[in-house]
Ligand binder design. Sequence first.
Ligand SMILES: [Zn+2]
Ligand SMILES: [Zn+2]
Length: 426
Amino acid sequence: MSDPTSTPPQQPAAPPDPPAAAAAPEAAPLPQPIADALPEPGDVNTSNAKGDGLTKCPRCGSAEIGPVPGTDQLRCAFCRFEWVAANFMASVGFDSPIDQLQGTVRTTGVADIDQSASHIITIKCQGCGAEVVINTESQLQSRCHWCRQVLSQQTQIPNGAVPDAVLPFRLTHDQAVEAVRKFASRRRMFALKRFKQEFVPENVVGVYMPYLLVDGNAHGDVAGHGEIKTRQYQRGSDNNKTTYYDADVYQVTRSFDFTVDDLTIESSSARANQDTRMNTNNVINTILPFDTKNSVKYDANYMGDFTSERRDLDVDAVMPVARAQMLSIARQKATDSTRYDRGIRWESEQLELKGTRWVAVLLPVWLYSYYEKKSDGSAFLHYIAVNGRTGETMGSIPVSVPKLLLVALTIGTVLEGIAIAIVANF
Ligand SMILES: [Zn+2]
Ligand SMILES: [Zn+2]
């Protein structure tokens, strides 16, 4: 498999692979828009060197390649050869120890988005020469309308549509329909006449959603007051008893290094800015975690019949969310390290980020939407979302107000190597 010219920062520099030999469409060389996008030190080049247009089976050269349902494999429809794209993290050295991370390491897939970049890409079909248009807002592949060959957008373009990595759908369409049915039955949604009438399995659709994964090498400082109960007693007469507690109050501080692995952050603003009066898109965050370690290098052939959404948030835009989640991990960690039976009130907290590394990934989600018209005339869009890897299912329920959907974001976060450095003021 051709490997993009990636040079993991923590490893001895390997000689870059030769430039792609794949037939690039013979367009006249553009006047260097690439100069700006050249990787800076600390960046990892993950741009795809395979070239856009027809991608070919490594065995027979056919361009009819698609995902094998229920697996991480790609298959050639002509010779039936099957293969899996390379593991992404390993391919760029992002499996190296997080506690060594310094500075900000970005892949080209998380490069800042050029707001003026077009979403409409024209690819010249190498089969017949026709010009084929792909709207990368929702599609990364298209069939040539003349020769029927599949054309792929493989190279990263400055609009955030092409990620570094993709986590293929493991759950088949049938399994997703089953998961939606089960969820709806348990919540008696099929008791609603309209829901039952309108439930069409074909409307359960697979979508690749854009996320940013971040590893963090961090230091946390938190301080507050913790209480330990020393005595419990009652005062008063039979009918009018009051229970009292005595507690010692301690000042508690914790200062410690910690790492966060593959924190999974929404990178589509339409999803991140929720208006829960109108829709419940944030159900998708409740079906985390994904086994992001198994993400493979992006290959448009994984798109098959799935649609995709485009990342439109840059690292700077999601940094506050990442920091907030890391702080909450730090607080939790600090709380877990103490034994104050009446709890701790954390009053100050600080996070120092020594290093981060970022990856743009498409994650597989099955969606079923249901449009509810309320009696007062207002409309509400409900979703049932199914994790395309684990089958975890969550949704909003047309019969009640979905308060439960404003749920925590930190599920799916893996903690590693916590070292409590200082324990003070007991
Ligand atoms: Zn083949
Ligand atoms: Zn063609």
